[in-house]
Design a protein around this ligand. Structure first.
Ligand SMILES: Nc1nc2c(c(=O)[nH]1)N[C@H]1C(S)=C(S)[C@@H](COP(=O)(O)O)O[C@H]1N2
Ligand SMILES: [Mo]
Length: 392
């Protein structure tokens, strides 16, 4: 579907000149405007918390507080295809339409309607970009890939507040033969090498919508920040970050398979990517200098898109020998959607350089390989990362 802004406005059934008088009104979608000439990300990005990648910002693992299971929204990574739009909640409506509904004209809902009419739910889940770890294809495997050179910080774990998408679709008249839902964002169109691909949008199966998808207005008990999708975003727990459309403008429900470049051209390796792989990170800077001690307490986290982490094995000698880390019980049981924290006590470490490794295995036996499967876009780097440190 070619979802031009004009079409979106007319679908919403609201006047085109919503922001009459402003130059932005000619280019910005209804109820959304990017800050022309301003930063692509609006929240503060202190360098001790974030690595700046332009329109994207990566969480520094060495800034993670081992006492805090969840990632504060202020510290959550940001991945923007274009820039964060400012949306006025008073004007905002979510449009749900399509031939997968008993009345294809569908429904229009404000966030307040969702909050009032449907059971409010919370889901704690690890939220991660498909390209997390991408830079290691190059630095660890010598391969050249395109895209943001994330290390391992395009990930966080948060508790989302919202309503079940399944409840909303059923109340909107979901037909039993509906198969596909296409979510579309209200951010500016994505233009790459002179081609305008339209706004970020991605289809997913009705089965996922009915399983555990959430329409979220909150994170960790706060309202969503503009950068994370205010006033409403989609959340597909356990799935690749691109599946969780921010600034959700519409949901098209269809009796036939819908597609978009975001599941055919991008985020696709022999098929659209859906469930996140298993990965692990140390809560340390790269090249950390660790003061010599009889016991050095090391911490980290591991996560998987499908199941809770069952075990984590670590090596402090570049992979020669391995020991089990102590995996902490999850404080936020939520169908095992969140990450696991772990601790390893490193005894009698000799001064000098060392390479730390961590390999997690989830409850379905999925684990981390030594070498990640190459793909030119550098998705799903799930190999064990070699983490250099020096004991001083
Ligand atoms: N509308 C819209 N939704 C989007 C994106 C975007 O650019 N526009 N980026 C996607 C990608 S690739 C990721 S990884 C997550 C990032 O969510 P966050 O910025 O809230 O951490 O949002 C997804 N949803
Ligand atoms: Mo992403």
């Amino acid at each position: 579907m070619t979802d031009t802004r004009l079409r979106r406005r007319s679908l919403l059934g609201l006047p085109v000149a919503a922001a009459a008088g402003s130059v932005l009104s000619q280019v910005a979608p209804l109820a959304a405007r990017a800050v022309a000439g301003g930063p692509a990300i609006l929240k503060p990005l202190p360098p001790e918390w974030f690595i700046d990648h332009g329109t994207n910002a990566e969480m520094r693992w060495d800034s993670v507080d081992p006492k805090d299971y969840r990632t504060p929204q202020s510290r959550l990574f940001v991945r923007n295809h274009t820039r964060t739009p400012i949306i006025d909640e008073a004007d905002y409506r979510l449009r749900i339409f399509g031939d997968g509904l008993s009345d294809p004209a569908g429904v229009t809902l404000a966030v307040a309607d969702l909050r009032r009419r449907f059971t409010n739910v919370e889901v704690t889940a690890t939220h991660e970009c498909t390209g997390n770890g991408r830079s290691f294809f190059t630095t660890q495997q010598g391969q050249s890939v395109s895209g943001t050179a994330w290390t391992l910080g395009a990930v966080g774990t948060v508790t989302w507040q919202g309503v079940r998408l399944g409840d909303v679709l059923r109340s909107a008249g979901l037909r039993s033969d509906a198969v596909s839902v296409l979510s579309t964002g209200l951010d500016p169109s994505y233009v790459d090498k002179g081609v305008d691909y339209g706004p970020v949008r991605r289809p997913f199966p009705v089965a996922k919508a009915l399983d555990d998808a959430v329409l979220a207005w909150g994170v960790n008990g706060e309202r969503l920040l503009p950068d994370h999708g205010f006033p409403l975003r989609l959340v597909l727990p356990g799935w690749v970050g691109i599946a969780s459309t921010k600034w959700l403008g519409s949901l098209e429900v269809s009796r036939s398979e819908l597609t978009s470049p975001w599941n055919t051209k991008w985020y696709n390796v022999d098929g659209a990517l859906t469930v996140n792989p298993v990965r692990s990170a140390w809560e340390l800077p790269r090249d950390a200098r660790l003061p010599a001690a009889r016991k050095i307490v090391l911490t980290g986290r591991s996560w998987s898109g499908t199941a809770p982490i069952a075990r984590v094995d670590v090596s402090t000698d570049g992979g020669e020998t391995w020991s089990a880390a102590r995996v902490h019980p999850a404080p936020q049981p939520s169908r095992g959607r969140g990450w696991s924290q772990w601790t390893y006590v490193w005894r009698d470490a000799a001064p000098g350089p060392h390479t730390l490794l961590a390999r997690a295995t989830d409850g379905l036996g999925r684990t981390q390989p030594d070498v990640a499967a190459f793909n030119p876009s550098g998705y799903f780097f799930d190999a064990v990362v070699r983490h250099p440190v020096t004991v001083v």
